[in-house]
Write a protein that binds this ligand. Structure first.
Ligand SMILES: [Cu+2]
Length: 143
């Protein structure tokens, strides 16, 4: 073979390599896109198992809750987000002790899930000593 022919073959095989690499990149990109578009958006496990029909926010400050009266439907799962907008630590405790949050610092929040099956009125309060007496009390009405 002559030198020029060899050179030609070399350059041909080089450009073929470029095509193969480019092809691979395209295929990988398509797989990536397909994966991106076909993969279902992840759903939080909770959202699948549990239908949260109500979301309530109760905020606390010195020394009251807002709102102080809440109405919910019996037997429904209720998500209560307790926000401490005050400066001191506060918590949210439902009388009976079945549902309560942790004592959290000002600026923090905690979400709990509650279910009240029995109709009635349930008092909630802050269990930090002295706070309930100072006015941190409210009522949850289950209807
Ligand atoms: Cu408190």
């Amino acid at each position: 073979m002559e030198e020029t022919q060899k050179e030609e073959i070399k350059s041909k095989s080089r450009s073929m390599l470029v095509y193969i690499v480019a092809g691979l990149v395209v295929v990988i990109a398509l797989f990536g896109l397909g994966y991106y578009f076909l993969t279902p958006t992840p759903v939080e496990t909770d959202a699948v198992d549990t239908v949260v029909s109500n979301e309530i926010v109760i905020s606390a400050s010195e020394f009251k809750f807002n709102p102080q009266e809440i109405k919910i439907k019996a037997g429904e799962k209720i998500q209560i987000t307790f926000k401490n907008n005050g400066k001191m630590r506060h918590d949210l405790v439902f009388e009976g002790g079945e549902f309560k949050t942790n004592s959290i610092s000002g600026g923090e929040s905690q979400t709990i899930e509650v279910v009240f099956s029995e109709l009635g009125e349930y008092v909630f309060y802050c269990s930090v000593p002295g706070h309930r007496e100072a006015g941190m009390e409210g009522v949850l009405i289950v209807e």
